[in-house]
Design a protein around this ligand. Structure first.
Ligand SMILES: [Fe+2]
Ligand SMILES: [Fe+2]
Length: 374
């Protein structure tokens, strides 16, 4: 007998998880999907890469760690976790302050898009590959991301909206990244995802009065999935020492700066959301950067100096330039165009100022594997 799951949380494969979401898509709303379709520097993108090159990776140099990680993911500790249960409190969406509602929905839609972006990339690697190690890993990671995206969509549906994931797969623009850039970007996004979710989870554990939505209760198990995904990319990078040495260290610095900078700017666009959580976005940013940097020492030979006197002021300038850029775009006309030029130049200067802060060097340990420690 073939028993099929009826909720994405119970789906054991990515195909099953996506089929369930496809069946629910009739309820999905145009505005949320339009938001997810946006391609700016700050919104989550969809990626494609050279799948043959990735398929050729030989993991034998990290075999012991690899097998343990895969076995742990195969054991599937979070199967069935990502669905509403008795801990899910009722939310009065109509009673929520409109500013908070708008920012929270924006947060959910962009999180859902980011989860789904991982799902699509991982699923494609699994589909195109012939290397058993690689296809097995990517199947497992795609399974998790389909559940995560499905769960966020459950939360959105209560607000009367949802992202049409099937439509996104077909219609959203795909950005090509060489495999090595996929490793840096995806490794960092998995690890910073872990750090973001666990920081919010721990904060709300201590201050439950700020937990304005039940989805935050699911963040611990959630971020453990992201942690494992990051571990997998750390091992993949370990198979080729060239990826983390020589000229590539400049690329690592670039990705660290871009990922941290984007997070800072994006979070500052949601003041009401952070106020409701009782979180100062400056504090939150630094807390997340600190954790991510600590973890990334497992594979990167450098970390950014986030306590450097130029760090915070440059982040603030980057954020201000982006806010001005937004306003100039809305204004339009000649004044708008001039404003856009000026703001873009200021954003570029602020980024350069961040990028030229001297880094901290580390010796990368021979033992790669870490367990979630926060
Ligand atoms: Fe995820
Ligand atoms: Fe992930």
């Amino acid at each position: 007998m073939n028993v099929h799951a009826s909720h994405t949380a119970d789906a054991t494969t990515v195909e099953e998880g996506l089929a369930i979401q496809e069946a629910q898509a009739v309820h999905d709303s145009e505005s949320a999907t339009a938001l997810a379709m946006q391609n700016t520097l700050l919104t989550p993108r969809f990626y494609t890469t050279d799948f043959d090159e990735m398929d050729a990776i030989d993991v034998s140099s990290v075999r012991d760690d690899w097998d343990k990680l895969i076995a742990q993911m195969e054991s599937d500790p979070n199967k069935g976790h990502f669905k509403k249960n008795e801990d899910w409190d009722h939310i009065d969406w109509d009673g929520i302050d409109p500013e908070l509602r708008k920012e929270f929905i924006d947060f959910l839609v962009s999180s859902c898009t980011a989860e789904f972006s991982g799902c699509v990339l991982y699923k494609e690697m699994k589909r195109r590959g012939n290397n058993k190690d690689i296809t097995q890993l990517f199947q497992l990671m795609a399974r998790d991301e389909a559940r995560h995206a499905g769960f966020i969509n459950d939360a959105l549906r209560e607000a009367g909206i949802a992202v049409n994931l099937g439509f996104l797969t077909k219609a959203k623009k795909y950005t090509y990244f060489k495999p090595k850039f996929i490793y840096y970007a995806t490794y960092l996004s998995e690890k910073i995802g872990y750090a973001r979710y666990i920081t919010i989870f721990r904060h709300l554990e201590e201050n439950p009065e700020y937990r304005f939505h039940p989805i935050f209760k699911w963040f611990r198990e959630w971020c453990n999935d992201e942690f494992s995904h990051g571990e997998a990319f750390a091992l993949l990078m370990k198979t080729d020492p060239k990826l983390t040495s020589g000229r590539n260290v400049w690329w690592i610095k670039f990705f660290l700066t871009a990922v941290y900078g984007t997070m800072y700017v994006r979070d500052h666009q949601r003041p009401a959301f952070h106020k409701a959580l009782g979180v100062d976005p400056d504090w939150y940013g630094q807390a997340v950067f600190e954790k991510t940097s600590e973890i990334s020492k497992q594979v990167f030979p450098i970390t950014l100096d986030i306590d450097h006197p130029r760090w915070m002021p440059s982040l603030k300038r980057l954020q201000k330039a982006n806010a001005d850029l937004d306003r100039a775009k809305k204004r339009g006309g000649v004044a708008g165009s001039l404003g856009k030029l000026g703001a873009s130049a200021r954003a570029a200067m602020a980024f350069l100022s961040l990028y030229t802060i001297p880094v901290k060097h580390h010796k990368v340990p021979t033992e790669t594997r870490l367990e979630p420690m926060y």
